[in-house]
Design a protein around this ligand. Structure first.
Ligand code: 9MR
Length: 490
């Protein structure tokens, strides 16, 4: 998939795109602070065009209770990681009493927004229930308890999880194994056992080992490297290594890319799983500029290694971040400020993913309305955005021209379903009536025969759930005029 579509000159600078996309969510969030600022190509579309995903950690309560948070989570990211909802202490605080409510909510949100889910985490030393930590169990009992937990949780979400952080934070800083409820009671055998149990429960999920302070080359990452090497040699099902990447301003390890590469060379995927870059507060322009450069370094390191699959940020905004409560005097670690406005780091990530760095075109005519219902027209001027809608049942396709230049333009089509309607695959068609010629497309397979353009869903975005939406984009040539066509969804 990497570089399946090379995005050449996609410069979506007009607020109309974001308005249209957000209008198709149940949130109708066009005027929310973060959403209104995110007028450019969403990070998720930029990442997809580069063959990687971009994700974030989320909490169920904020998805339902904080509209700006939910709007950003849905619009900007194509991967979500439950920040706490899938941890053992969250799902089974009382032995035998399983509570999947928040985890289910996040998975449902992800499915409705065409997002993948990184499961986090099955085996950890922390956030375990008291009954487990203080239960005084024998090694045999612990082994059985662990097996049952993995079977239950990975089994519940089988087929819905892109990757599981099966094991989290196994090592001390010096590369020795961390003492936990699992080690040394179960020796190191629980590691391969856990991977095998996860594979049995969910054969489709990629199985990861995740840790922090393993981003650069050093004693701790060497230990992880040697573990992965030995698991591969044993034939244990290890698919990937997660580098959490909780960084301090100006301290991204210089060996990050080389380290990603050496894991990839072992034959496993790599992901940046919990990226944030904290600074001493208050922030200043200089610190935010440094932070933007640091985020750029991380994105570029991942893009440089083909087995680096994606980047997940840890918390949507500075208001949501775990950092200030743990590192006194530090904060401002995420892409959005406490008012859900994108920071320089957001722009840096977009740029590193291939997004535009230029200012919005003065001729662009975005006209967001509070209800985000653009007026349909079929005779838009080249720089206007119109939204003729073709629908089937409660689902519709909305075509817009977010950017246009002398000889070419970028188009965007949103396929959205109202509550109660859904699609399992989709096809959108239209006629280019003025000689326009398609040159490339992303997030859909598009062909043009004569004037007729037909686009069908990519393998991963055919399902549009109740109240959900997806979008695809294309570039085309034009001359003379560029009327907006009527589109058909069918
Ligand atoms: O962000 C999480 C925070 O809300 C929890 O209180 C904390 C408890 O340990 O876990 C945080 O997430 C951690 C993640 O699960 C594993 N790597 C470190 C993360 C930050 O502490």
């Amino acid at each position: 998939m990497r570089q399946l579509f090379t995005r050449r000159a996609v410069r979506l600078r007009n607020a109309a795109v974001a308005v249209t996309v957000l209008a198709s969510t149940a949130l109708g969030a066009a005027l929310l602070p973060g959403a209104a600022q995110a007028a450019d190509t969403p990070l998720r579309d930029l990442a997809a065009a580069k063959g990687v995903y971009v994700g974030n950690a989320v909490a169920g309560g904020k998805l339902s209770g904080t509209p700006a948070y939910a709007a950003i989570a849905g619009a900007q990211f194509n991967s979500l990681t439950p920040e706490n909802a899938m941890k053992w202490g969250s799902v089974e605080s009382t032995r035998g009493s399983l509570n999947w409510a928040e985890a289910d909510q996040i998975v449902a949100f992800a499915q409705a927004h065409n997002q993948q889910v990184r499961g986090h985490t099955l085996v950890w030393h922390s956030q375990n229930p008291n009954w487990l930590t203080n239960g005084g169990f024998s090694a045999t009992e612990l082994n059985t308890i662990l097996q049952q937990h993995i079977a239950a949780e990975a089994g519940r979400y089988a087929g819905k999880i892109y990757a599981w952080d099966v094991l989290n934070e196994l090592f001390n800083e010096d590369g020795t194994y961390r003492t936990s409820v699992w080690y040394p009671a179960l020796g190191t055998g629980f590691i391969a056992n856990s991977l095998n149990w996860a594979r049995q429960a969910d054969p489709a999920a990629k199985l990861y080992i995740n840790d922090y302070n393993v981003e650069g080359i050093g004693a701790k990452s060497d230990a992880l490297y040697n573990l992965v090497k030995s698991l591969k040699a044993q034939g244990a099902p290890i698919d990937g290594v997660g580098l959490q990447a909780h960084f301090i301003l100006g301290q991204v390890p210089s060996t990050l890319q080389a380290n990603i590469q050496r894991f990839a060379d072992l034959g496993v995927d790599v992901a940046i799983t919990e990226l944030d870059i904290r600074m001493q507060t208050p922030s200043t322009d200089a610190k935010l500029t440094q932070q933007a450069a640091d985020y750029t370094t991380v994105v570029k390191a991942c893009l440089a290694v083909s087995r680096c699959k994606g980047i997940t940020g840890w918390d949507i905004s500075d208001a949501d971040s775990w950092v200030p409560s743990v590192f006194s005097g530090y904060g401002a670690a995420t892409l959005y400020d406490e008012g859900y406005q994108p920071k320089p780091a957001y722009r840096a990530v977009a740029t590193a993913l291939g997004g535009s760095t230029t200012s919005p075109s003065p001729t662009a005519t975005a006209s967001p309305s509070p209800t985000a219902t653009a007026t349909p027209t079929t005779t838009a001027t080249p720089t206007a955005t119109a939204t003729p809608t073709g629908g089937t049942g409660g689902c519709s396709a909305t075509y817009s021209v977010p950017n246009q230049w002398n000889t070419g333009f970028s188009g965007n089509v949103v396929v959205a379903c109202a509550a109660g309607s859904s699609l399992s695959n989709w096809k959108v068609s239209w006629d280019f009536g003025a000689g326009q010629q398609l040159t490339q497309a992303w997030n859909a397979t598009c062909t043009q025969t004569g004037t007729r353009v037909t686009c069908t869903n990519a393998a991963w975005n055919g399902t549009v759930g109740s109240g959900g939406s997806t979008s695809f984009g294309f570039n085309a040539n034009w001359s003379g005029s560029n009327p907006v066509p009527a589109v058909t969804l069918g």
